[in-house]
Design a protein around this ligand. Structure first.
Ligand code: ZN
Length: 653
């Protein structure tokens, strides 16, 4: 039973990647119209796939198609080392929508030879190869091979190295023949200092120099990517016919208008309308959204997610936020630092139904949009966490050996198996819905008084608020934890992570820089030290391996309460010196001997550091007249199978 569940979530592993599968819980319970809406929106999502490949590099699509033709039709030995290396290379290209790593953006180094690929391409039926008009197979090889094999050519998709021309040295396809200075001047000239509602200039176009003149090639229906955009519009129009309400219909209409015209003002109108739509069960993003792929942060990569509200999990965050005042009043913080009136934030938890573009296969687990600064300050933003993806991460991690390696004894392992999924989510909810919003600054205190230490102190404050309350009887009373033992799972995993296992993300010889990681070590190391006298928590070495042991869970809670009170004081008073001392003493430095040990133990587990998801398959069931009578969901598709199907059915560019 357990094994097959694990296999469901964990599909396969290659290079530094693990492919997971997520479950769309609750899909079957949706109404027929809602299912149709998801089906149409997911078709709109999948039809944009090729856009991102082209945005990530101008030869990506051609390389992908050549390799897919070879991969599918190869009739040599498919267990040969060179063929297997080609398979891994192609799988990596699918994963990152191009020939560069999705995270580091470094170009992949093929594990097969030039001769092997040349022979394999030559042996492939010419009709199946992506030949341009009049191009010979030899010409195709001459065009693509240097890009694949020469490490000097297009080495990085996004270059951020200070002092270099970031556009000329980046392989992404957002600027052609334009220097960084030219692009910066081009967009600086568009901005007006008095415009309080500026559109996001440049987000939906490529900037090119043609005959000495710089111009934008806009991504729209009758412009660049028009073939893919026309398919997206086709499915969005169908979606509009089954929209849940008038507002959602208007959201879809504005998005279609934006895709037709490329007009950025329309995009802002769409974003504002989308923000207002909070009542619909189903929601989606489809368009040019995030700008991480552009060194200048202007050009937006294409992505889509279709989702629906997870009513049960959203209820959980609503319960928490509706009791916000009770939590504020009962916290161990000194009364003068408490808010007399506090409002909890109700985060929406969603279930992803399809992922596409820059959210596929690697996906975020939380999304906060829109990105326009003025819209965010005037109209706010929508913030969601994607519950079923977190759940898939958790379930896939079961049985991967991580807990067996780092958790001290059977007692703690049982605690984690029984409660850790629930308490982990709950701690995140408490952190987001209550922690950040609690407490107040004393009058006259500068909100930036803690300067560079501010972010770590703020995260610690939110984490401690959650840690302090998880064991509270109120949690059981509100139905948020099943019993009074559950909190121990979060305490153990928090201390283990903060003292030991989060170090796997730090390179040897480095210290901790990221503020969430600093906050976790701050709390864990402080509690370890301050509980030492009473042996509350200890680091125990067994067979040469270091483990966390919590001897007194109740005392650990009072230590968290004590630190919460102090951290809130530091924040409320803007006590920079105290913040600096705490962070520098507990949060930054890493014990090199322990670090080496943890890295070695982690490496031996052979786990992939990066993960991504394959989508389920939606099938429309139709009656004799072609009307959709049901939409069914199927999870049986494999990774390569899915990628090849997408390349066949959604190859629009
Ligand atoms: Zn936070």
């Amino acid at each position: 039973m357990k094994t097959s569940e694990t296999n469901f979530y964990s599909v396969e592993q290659f290079a530094d990647l693990q492919i997971l599968r997520y479950r769309v819980n609750g899909f079957e319970l949706l109404s027929l119209n809602q299912k149709k809406l998801i089906y149409y929106l997911s078709e709109a999502a999948l039809n944009g796939r090729d856009i991102l490949f082209d945005q990530n590099g101008k030869l990506n699509l051609k390389i992908r198609r050549m390799l897919e033709a070879v991969y599918v039709n190869y009739d040599g030995d498919r267990t040969d080392a060179e063929f297997l290396a080609l398979e891994v290379y192609l799988k990596r290209i699918w994963f990152s929508s191009g020939i560069h790593h999705h995270y580091s953006t470094d170009k992949f180094i093929p594990g097969f030879s030039v001769d092997f690929l040349r022979d394999a391409v030559m042996a492939t039926d010419k009709a199946l190869l992506p030949l341009s008009e009049g191009e010979s197979v030899a010409g195709l090889c001459n065009e693509l091979f240097p890009v694949i094999f020469d490490p000097e050519l297009m080495p990085k998709r996004v270059n951020q190295a200070d002092g270099e021309d970031l556009l000329l040295t980046s392989a992404s396809n957002y600027y052609v023949g334009v220097t960084q200075k030219e692009a910066e001047d081009f967009y600086a000239a568009m901005k007006s200092p008095d415009d309080e509602t500026p559109v996001m200039f440049g987000m939906n176009s490529r900037l090119e120099k043609k005959n000495g003149k710089i111009c934008e090639v806009v991504w729209k229906l009758d412009g660049e990517y028009g073939k893919a955009i026309s398919k997206i519009i086709y499915w969005l129009e169908k979606a509009a016919t089954v929209a849940e309400n008038e507002l959602q219909k208007e959201v879809i209409r504005l998005l279609i208008e934006f895709y037709r015209t490329g007009d950025l003002k329309t995009f802002d109108d769409y974003s504002i309308c989308w923000l207002k739509d909070t009542e619909s069960r189903i929601d989606f993003v489809n368009g040019f959204i995030e700008s991480y792929g552009d060194p200048l942060g202007l050009k937006a990569s294409w992505e889509s997610i279709v989702n629906f509200k997870d009513l049960e999990a959203t209820h959980r965050t609503e319960v928490i936020s509706s009791n916000a005042q009770w939590f504020e009043d009962h916290s161990p913080v000194s009364p003068q630092f408490k808010k007399p009136e506090v409002k909890g934030v109700s985060a929406k938890v969603i279930t992803a139904a399809i992922l596409a573009g820059d959210l596929y296969p690697a996906s975020a687990i939380g999304i906060n949009l829109p990105n326009s600064n003025w819209i965010r300050s005037v109209h706010g933003s929508k913030s969601v966490t994607i519950g079923n993806l977190t759940d898939a991460y958790n379930k896939a991690a079961k049985g991967n050996g991580f807990r067996d390696e780092f958790v001290y004894s059977e007692y703690e392992k049982e605690l984690l198996d029984k409660y850790a999924d629930i308490t982990g989510d709950l701690h995140t909810d408490l952190h987001e819905c209550l922690g950040h919003g609690s407490g107040k600054l004393l009058p006259g205190v500068d909100p930036d008084a803690l300067k560079a230490y501010g972010a770590t102190i703020e995260e610690a404050r939110a984490d401690l608020f959650g840690l302090y309350y998880i064991p509270d009887a109120k949690m059981v009373e509100l139905g948020l934890t099943p019993d009074s033992e559950a909190y121990k799972a979060e305490y153990y995993s928090y201390m283990m992570n903060g003292l030991l296992t989060q170090l796997v993300r730090i390179e040897p010889g480095c210290c901790i820089e990221e503020s969430h990681m600093r906050n976790r070590q701050l709390i864990a190391a402080w509690a370890l030290e301050h509980g030492a006298q009473n042996d509350v928590v200890s680091l125990v070495v067994k067979d040469g391996k270091t483990y966390v042991v919590i001897n007194d869970y109740v005392k650990l809670r009072s230590l968290f309460g004590e630190l919460l009170a102090e951290i809130q004081r530091i924040k409320s008073e803007g006590d920079y010196e105290a913040a600096r001392e705490l962070v520098e003493k507990y949060a930054v430095k890493v014990n090199p001997v322990l670090h080496t040990e943890i890295l070695e133990r982690y490496r031996a587990l052979n786990l992939a550091p990066y993960k991504g998801f394959i989508n389920p398959v939606y099938n429309a069931v139709t009656d004799n007249d072609g009307n959709i009578t049901d939409v069914t969901i199927d999870y049986s598709e494999g990774y390569a199978e899915q990628m090849l199907r997408y390349s066949r059915d959604y190859s629009n560019l």
